[in-house]
Design a protein around this ligand. Structure first.
Ligand code: BDR
Ligand code: CA
Length: 313
């Protein structure tokens, strides 16, 4: 089978960075057509730069990286330096990228790529707020039926929320964009906190990355050392969740994940519950199913895959 063509839409972020490394380390299964940066964990000027730093770390400076939307559709940007640090990639010090940004806007790259490639062949992998994707869908509604699948990290049902009591960060930052994406009719697969909170980087798993003895292996370990302090303190867990790599792992080994095809709607009117993913996990409404909402993963299988692939870089 030829590798699956993807666009990674991202706001790196240490866990976004690991997801990008996983994709670039897996050319047999995945062809990264481009990376589109969006404002999220930190402002756009940093996320687009971080995406280029990560491509160079992976030895893939030829990967086109586009800058996208600077702010959510209707709300002011909320960032997460308290988790990811001032640069978004705090932890190890990495050199500024030499590779340039690709010319043009990320939204136009998404539209042009979906129009140029055969219908049903391009998968979108959003790892941050959905602003770029929703803007592309609004500007070019003809692209929706051409999308093979949108596999995104965002939302929560059983875990409810992380940035507010009822909302997960990526959805909360741009709930109007998320609502538009979930209403787009494109096939959607969701990696919510319910799954990613089971992808915990425990001490032996961090040591496995460090023990690879490679530069990328050490960087993954050091990023984890940095951002896990926040989640360990918050949740009292033995490690931090590695959210975004779940999206890429699903493309390579979907059997590691299980979930339900259900209705998912996004709250956009209540300030109290803004950005909540209202997931009909128990099928108590007759609202039509619009997304495969994952609920579980094989964590050991996931980390075995991740470690094996990072070792290839
Ligand atoms: C999501 O928010 C960001 O902080 C992470 O990169 C991940 O995409 C988890 O809620
Ligand atoms: Ca992210």
């Amino acid at each position: 089978m030829p590798p699956r063509k993807i666009i990674i839409d991202t706001d790196p972020g240490q866990d976004d960075a690991v997801a990008i490394l996983l994709a670039l380390a897996s050319p047999q299964e995945i062809e990264v057509l481009g990376i589109t940066a969006v404002a999220g964990n930190v402002p756009l000027a940093l996320t687009q730069k971080n995406a280029r730093i990560v491509c160079e770390l992976a030895g893939a400076p030829q990967t086109p990286v586009y800058a996208g939307c600077e702010a959510p559709l209707r709300r002011p940007l909320v960032t997460a330096e308290h988790v990811h640090g001032k640069t978004g990639l705090d932890g190890p010090v990495l050199p500024d990228p030499k590779m340039p940004l690709a010319p043009g806007h990320a939204v136009d790259f998404i539209i042009d790529t979906l129009r140029a490639e055969p219908a049903g062949t391009v998968t979108l992998c959003p790892l941050g707020p959905l602003t770029n994707i929703a803007t592309a869908l609004a500007k070019a509604p003809d692209i929706a039926p051409r999308i093979r699948e949108i596999v995104l990290m965002g939302g929560a049902y059983f875990q409810v929320g992380n940035i507010t009591p009822t909302a997960e960060f990526n959805i909360y930052v741009d709930p109007h964009a998320a609502a538009a994406v979930f209403a787009s009719g494109a096939p959607i697969t969701v990696m919510p906190l319910d799954v990613t909170h089971k992808a915990l980087v425990t001490a032996p798993r961090v040591e496995a990355f460090r023990a690879l003895g490679t530069h990328p292996g050490r960087m993954v370990a050091e990023w984890t050392d940095f951002f896990e302090r926040f989640d360990k303190e918050k949740y009292g867990s033995p490690g931090a969740p590695l959210h975004d790599p779940c999206v890429i792992a699903y493309l390579i080994r979907p059997e590691l994940f299980s979930g339900r095809f259900i209705n998912v709607e996004i709250e956009t009117t209540s300030e109290l519950t803004m950005g909540m993913t209202v997931a009909d996990w128990w099928g108590v409404t007759d609202r039509p199913a619009n997304a495969t909402f994952m609920g579980d993963l094989d964590a050991d299988g996931f980390f075995a895959l991740l470690t094996e692939r990072i070792a290839r870089l």
